[in-house]
Design a protein around this ligand. Structure first.
Ligand code: ATP
Length: 512
C-alpha cells in the first residue's frame, strides 16, 4: 500500500467521524487527535476485546485503573527522568527536527526494499524453478546491498547500546542521509531529548511540586503490585492489566495517530518466579500474536521484531509489527523486564516489594513480563487493513471498511425503503427490539444505494431494508457488507443472524 492510500485513509477517518484533529478550529494541535462518534465506538470495542482477553480468559489476571499523576520519585526510580530520551538532530537548512535513530532505521528499510524488489523481480523471471536462498547468496547486487546493510546495522546497534551520539551522527553523514525536505545534509550534532511532560501540582508557589504526566501506564501497576497481590490474594504467577492515557513529548510527530503526544496504552505486567521469565516471555509472545491474528487480516501482515537495543530494564524484548500503509511498524512491545522496576521502587521508597511464595517457602522479588500495546496504533492498523476501494459492475465503485464485525461501530443499519406508508415506524420497531443487544443506526435519507454506501464506509456488517411487503409478511431484506449479497429473512430471526457474527464472545472463543 502506498502513501497515497494512507492519505485517503486519513481523510476517510475524518469524513466519517472516526478521527478529528484536536482543536481543529484553532488550526490544530500537533500530534493530538480526537475520536469522533464512530471512532469512539471502534476504540471502545478494541479496548473491550483486549480487556476481556486478559481478565476474562485468564483467571490469574486482574485489572486496575491507576491515576495519571503519580509521585515524582516514581519516575526517578523507573529511570524515566534520567534515561527516557530520544536522540534528536536538526537540519540547519529546513530547520526541521528528526530522530537520529529513525533516520537510520528508514535508511536501512530502504536497502531492505531494494533487496526485496530484486528478489521479487527474479522470482517472476524464473517462475517455479526459483530458489530464493540461492539467489540471495549469489546475486552480486543483492550481496552488495546486504553487506552494506549489515555493516550499517552493526554500527547502529552498537552506537545505540553505547548511547554514542557522535557515532549516530557519523552514520548519518557516512550513509549520506539527506533531509527529505531541504534535500541537504547540513546536520547539527545529535542531542538527547527527554520525552516527559511536566507540570506543577499545588497552589502555593513555594509549595508547588513538579509532577509528570505519565509516559507509560506500567508504573501505576508496579507501585500497586503489593496492594493487588495482598487484597486479591494473588499467587505468583499472576498479572495486572490496565488501560489508560500516556503522554510523550515526541520529537517528530507525523503519521497521523501512529505517533501522538497524548495516546492510550493497554498494558499488562505478569509477575513470575525469577528464572522462569524467559519461558513466560515465550508464552506471552505466542498469546499476543494469536490475539492479533484472530482479527482475520491475514498472518502475513504481522511479524516479530527483536530489539537491537535492550532497554535498561530488559533481558529480552520483541515487538509485534503490523504492515501499515507506510511499512511494517511496531504496534505492541513484549518485554522481559526482570525485577528492575520492583527492586528500584523498593530502593527509592524504602518499602519492601517482595512476595512470599508459600510453595517455595521463601520471599523474592518477582520478575516481570510486560505486554504493552497502543490503542491508537491498533486502531490505525485495523482501519488500514479494513479499508478497501472496490470496483463494482456498471462502472461504479465503493469504499468499504471491512472491519471485523465484533469491532464495527454500528452492527446494523435499518433502512425504510420510503419515508412514508408506515415503513419508518416498522423500522423503528426493529431498532427498539434490537437496541439492547447491538448498536443500530436508522437512516431514511437518500436512495437505498447511497445509504448502503454510507454504511459500507463506516464498516457496518449488516443492513436491513424495510419495504411495503415487510408490513404484511414481517420479513426484511438483509444485505451483507462484504459480499453485498441480499436475502429475505424473518424479522424475528434478525437477532440470531446478527449475534453470531458480531459477538465479542465468539471472537474471544477463537483465542480462549
Ligand atoms: P516507538 O519506538 O515507536 O517510539 P516505543 O518502543 O517507545 O515506540 P513502548 O514504550 O514500547 O513504545 O510503548 C508501547 C506501545 O505504546 C507501543 O508499541 C505503541 O503501540 C504505543 N505507543 C508508544 N508511543 C506512542 C505514541 N507516541 N503514539 C501512539 N502510540 C504509542
Amino acid at each position: 500500500m502506498s502513501e497515497d492510500v494512507f492519505k485517503k485513509i486519513v481523510s476517510h477517518c475524518k469524513e466519517y467521524g472516526f478521527v478529528f484533529q484536536s482543536s481543529e478550529i484553532y488550526d490544530g494541535l500537533s500530534a493530538v487527535y480526537d475520536y469522533g462518534q464512530m471512532g469512539v465506538e471502534l476504540k471502545n470495542n478494541i479496548k473491550k476485546y483486549w480487556w476481556d482477553s486478559m481478565v476474562l480468559l485468564n483467571e490469574n489476571v486482574v485489572g486496575i485503573d491507576s491515576a495519571i499523576f503519580m509521585h515524582p520519585t516514581i519516575w526517578k526510580a523507573s529511570g524515566h527522568v534520567d534515561a527516557f530520551n530520544d536522540p534528536l538532530i536538526d537540519n540547519k537548512d529546513s530547520k526541521k527536527r528528526y530522530r537520529a535513530d529513525v533516520l537510520i532505521e528508514e535508511y536501512l528499510a530502504k536497502i531492505d526494499d531494494k533487496i526485496n524488489k530484486e528478489v521479487e523481480k527474479a522470482a517472476k523471471r524464473f517462475g517455479e524453478s526459483f530458489d530464493e536462498g540461492m539467489f540471495r547468496q549469489t546475486n552480486p547486487r543483492v550481496q552488495e546491498n546486504q553487506q552494506k546493510r549489515d555493516e550499517v546495522h552493526t554500527r547502529f546497534a552498537k552506537a545505540l547500546n553505547d548511547s554514542n551520539l557522535e557515532e549516530l551522527r557519523q552514520i548519518i553523514i557516512d550513509c549520506e542521509i539527506a533531509d527529505p525536505i531541504s534535500g541537504t545534509r547540513n546536520w547539527t550534532d545529535v542531542r538527547q531529548f527527554n520525552l516527559m511532560f511536566s507540570t506543577e501540582m499545588g497552589s502555593t508557589a513555594d509549595g508547588a511540586m513538579k509532577v509528570y504526566l505519565r509516559p507509560e501506564t506500567a508504573q501505576g501497576i508496579f507501585v500497586n503490585f503489593l496492594n493487588v497481590q495482598k487484597t486479591g490474594r494473588m499467587k505468583v504467577p499472576f498479572g495486572i492489566a490496565q488501560i489508560g492515557k500516556a503522554f510523550r513529548n515526541e520529537i517528530v510527530a507525523r503519521q497521523f495517530i501512529f505517533r501522538m503526544r497524548e495516546f492510550e496504552q493497554m498494558e499488562m505486567q505478569f509477575f513470575v518466579r525469577p528464572g522462569e521469565e524467559l519461558d513466560w516471555f515465550a508464552k506471552w509472545k505466542e498469546v499476543r500474536m494469536k490475539w492479533h491474528k484472530s482479527l482475520g487480516f491475514g498472518d502475513k501482515k504481522y511479524r516479530f521484531h527483536d530489539h537491537d537495543k535492550l532497554a535498561h530494564y530488559a533481558n529480552a524484548a520483541t515487538d509485534i509489527e503490523f504492515e501499515m500503509p507506510f511499512g511494517f511498524k511496531e504496534v505492541e512491545g513484549i518485554h522481559s523486564r526482570t525485577d528492575f522496576d520492583l527492586s528500584s521502587h523498593e530502593q527509592y521508597s524504602g518499602k519492601k516489594m517482595q512476595y512470599f511464595d508459600p510453595e517455595l517457602n521463601k520471599s523474592y522479588t518477582p520478575y516481570v513480563i510486560e505486554t504493552s500495546i497502543g490503542v491508537d496504533r491498533m486502531f490505525l492498523s485495523i482501519v488500514s487493513a479494513s479499508y478497501c476501494e472496490e470496483e463494482l459492475e456498471g462502472g461504479e465503485s465503493r469504499v468499504v471498511l471491512k472491519l471485523p464485525p465484533a469491532l464495527a461501530p454500528i452492527k446494523l443499519g435499518v433502512l425504510p425503503l420510503v419515508k412514508k406508508d408506515g415503513l419508518p415506524e416498522k423500522a423503528r420497531e426493529i431498532i427498539d427490539s434490537l437496541k439492547f443487544d447491538f448498536k443500530c443506526q436508522y437512516d431514511e435519507k437518500d436512495s437505498i444505494g447511497k445509504r448502503y454506501r454510507r454504511q459500507d464506509a463506516i464498516g457496518t456488517p449488516y443492513c436491513v431494508t424495510v419495504d411495503h411487503q415487510s408490513l404484511q409478511d414481517n420479513m426484511v431484506t438483509i444485505r451483507y457488507r462484504d459480499t453485498m449479497a441480499q436475502e429475505r429473512v424473518m424479522i424475528d430471526k434478525l437477532a440470531d443472524i446478527i449475534a453470531d457474527k458480531v459477538s465479542m464472545k465468539n471472537l474471544l472463543k477463537t483465542i480462549g
